[in-house]
Write a protein that binds this ligand. Structure first.
Ligand SMILES: [Zn+2]
Ligand SMILES: [Zn+2]
Length: 235
């Protein structure tokens, strides 16, 4: 109906027929080579070779269960996924958000079909205002927007506020990350959160899980029963 809409693949510059790829700028060859997450811990989402249907949770989560109840990540945070995320966050390449969103959708769709308790709302991990102004957009919102639309789930961009402008987590080790992030979030739309029993936090990449766990801790304090994390990538 729209004829041949084309763009070039964000990864290799090959011409892409957008009609054949749900409007995303990724060629079939690059799609076929994507590093999808394989065996992962159901709770923290980390790669876990010993995890299975019988034993779905990793040793660390068994020892000290985190506030996040489950994590669904589409891709492993290796090449070319780290490149896509860098292009999005630091080079304003918003077509990378469309790609990551579509890939997350493809990976979530079969899992959501099996999920009895569907999420009530999606909350994109908020950025502090200073960082939001500097970057011009929140990459988590850009990934969440088309996804929420495809899944017909409400997106709550302003339900939670980031009140502490922390050091970039990437420069810190795991325990520094936990201390750095503590007290970073403030619930804004408490009425919406009070009505929600299952909330999903959406982030571009989960590294140690410190940010999502702190946000989950705050949401649970407010009475949310189940907090899941969806991320395009997992380190
Ligand atoms: Zn390509
Ligand atoms: Zn785990």
């Amino acid at each position: 109906m729209f004829g041949f809409l084309s763009s070039s693949c964000l990864l290799c510059d090959t011409l892409v027929d957008l009609n054949a790829h749900n409007g995303i700028s990724l060629c079939q060859g690059c799609f076929n080579d994507l590093p999808w997450m394989q065996q992962a811990c159901r709770q923290c989402g980390a790669a876990c070779s010993g995890c299975s249907t019988q034993s779905p949770v990793c040793g660390a989560c068994q020892k000290k269960p985190p506030p996040v109840d489950y994590t669904l990540s589409a891709l492993s945070y290796v090449s070319p996924v780290n490149y896509l995320i860098t292009q999005l966050k630091f080079h304003h390449q918003l077509s990378a958000a469309a790609i990551l969103s579509e890939l997350l959708y493809l990976s979530l769709k079969p899992q959501l079909a099996r999920m009895a308790d569907k999420p009530d709302i999606i909350i994109p991990a908020p950025l502090h205002n200073k960082r939001l102004i500097k970057r011009g957009f929140n990459q988590a919102v850009e990934i969440a927007r088309p996804l929420a639309k495809s899944l017909s789930l409400p997106l709550e961009k302003n339900a939670v506020k980031r009140i502490k402008n922390t050091l970039p987590q990437s420069e810190l080790n795991a325990s520094q990350r936990r201390n750095n992030i503590r007290g970073s979030f403030e619930l804004v739309k408490t009425d919406i959160l009070r009505r929600a029993s299952h909330v999903v936090i959406l982030d571009d990449v989960v590294t140690t899980g410190a940010t999502c766990n702190e946000l989950a801790r705050v949401l649970k304090e407010a009475g949310v029963a189940t907090v899941g994390v969806w991320s395009a990538a997992r380190a």
